[in-house]
Write a protein that binds this ligand. Structure first.
Ligand SMILES: NC(=O)C1=CN([C@@H]2O[C@H](COP(=O)(O)OP(=O)(O)OC[C@H]3O[C@@H](n4cnc5c(N)ncnc54)[C@H](O)[C@@H]3O)[C@@H](O)[C@H]2O)C=CC1
Ligand SMILES: NCC(=O)COP(=O)(O)O
Length: 352
């Protein structure tokens, strides 16, 4: 829990939870979280989507959850008796495991509505259920994932306050940040820049302090190549790109170290030496994070003027519609969003 936040400080406003890919498990894990609201003292939240779809899916999955279609202003008062649903006006198909391109508009609208509600002072933060990226790309979605889309929406609703979204996977034992995210592995060396590492490191250091209460965050920066390049013998990027970024961060007073060989950065003793790892590409970070704590880890977007969290997992098409998906990571995401919102941090200032 971030310093400065206490359970009793849970935000007065509800959290908005976007429905995600309807062919996936999103509706089921939100409903499962709602069923545990009292036992876990969860903060109030509402699901943004299509109430008709949610009702059909929960019936199919054998989840007995009362639903109430409301406006955000009534969600907190409704939460004790029913799962509040805020409609987008876009019907969603109930076809578990089989994504239908017709759903894309409603999936995107739910994310947009959640951010609009935060900007309008109706929601404390956004929790996103997983999307199926390929389905959205097929419908013309121009962003690799939520992370970049939310940066775009921040520009729409907080103009003049440039957002620089940074993905962080935060688990009980490990926080990891991929500097490059959803790009082909073959493109990583070309698109990895010293400036990107510096900007990512600044945002992580700042938000670990502002949102997570860590006074002087320690950042361990992984090298790109085996053995962090072995003095250049196994790749020149660690000397040419990564090391200068670490030097620049240190010159700014940020406690960054490295480039560290990635293979020895994630064992339990190594993890005591830092507050977050900056990795150079997606799997360098997400494999250790999900291996250590798949059910408890939360995907947090740093660098935004609002709070956004998500479960670490995806749409789980193989188990959708059966009511067996574990809600743990969704519950962790809801809890973390509430705790981050409760720190009462104002909208983020622009970074230099
Ligand atoms: N934040 C987001 O929107 C995310 C979206 N995705 C998307 O999800 C889709 C599927 O991705 P995959 O790589 O297959 O990963 P996945 O996380 O959906 O599934 C991997 C395995 O974990 C299991 N699993 C996942 N969540 C579970 C839960 N809550 N309870 C029990 N078992 C669970 C699945 O059944 C499957 O066997 C892709 O389109 C991907 O882009 C993936 C990660 C995050
Ligand atoms: N692998 C993480 C992931 O896919 C989540 O991406 P995003 O939708 O949160 O940008």
């Amino acid at each position: 829990m971030p310093a400065g936040a206490r359970r009793s400080d849970l935000p007065a406003l509800p959290l908005a939870v976007s429905i995600g890919e309807p062919a996936g498990i999103g509706a089921e894990i939100v409903a499962q979280a709602w069923l545990r609201r009292s036992a876990l003292a969860l903060p109030a939240f509402y699901l943004v989507g299509d109430a008709g779809f949610v009702a059909r899916r929960l019936a199919r999955a054998g989840l007995d959850v009362p639903l109430a279609e409301v406006e955000p202003g009534a969600a907190a008062a409704t939460f004790a008796r029913a799962l509040p649903i805020v409609g987008t006006g876009h019907p969603l198909p109930d076809s578990p495991g089989r994504p239908d391109p017709v759903a894309a508009r409603g999936v995107i609208a739910a994310i947009e509505r959640g951010v609009a509600d935060i900007a309008a002072g109706k929601a404390a933060g956004l929790v996103t259920a997983p999307i199926h990226k390929a389905a959205l790309y097929g419908a013309g979605f121009a962003f690799p994932g939520h992370t970049e889309f939310l940066g775009h929406l921040a520009g729409r609703y907080w103009p003049g306050r440039p957002a620089q979204p940074v993905m962080m996977l935060a688990g009980p034992e490990l926080r990891g940040v991929p500097v490059t995210i959803h790009i082909p592995l073959a493109e990583v060396p070309r698109r990895l820049t010293t400036q990107a590492i510096i900007e990512t490191g600044r945002i992580v250091a700042r938000d670990l302090t502002r949102r997570f209460g860590i006074a002087r965050p320690r950042l361990a920066v992984a090298g790109l190549n085996p053995h962090a390049g072995e003095d250049g013998a196994m790749g020149g990027e660690d000397i040419a790109i990564v090391a200068p970024a670490i030097a620049a961060l240190r010159a700014e007073g940020i406690d960054a170290t490295g480039p560290h060989p990635a293979d020895t950065l994630f064992h339990p003793r190594a993890r005591t030496g830092y507050d977050a790892v900056l990795g150079m590409y997606h799997d360098q970070v997400l494999i250790p994070v999900k291996t250590i704590a798949f059910d408890e880890t939360v995907n947090v977007t740093l660098g935004l003027p609002f709070v956004r969290t998500s479960p670490d997992h995806g749409t789980a098409f193989d188990i959708a519609g059966r009511g067996i998906a574990r809600p743990d990571s969704m519950i962790a995401a809801i809890t973390m969003a509430a705790e981050m919102a409760a720190t009462g941090q104002p909208a983020e200032p622009a970074l230099s």
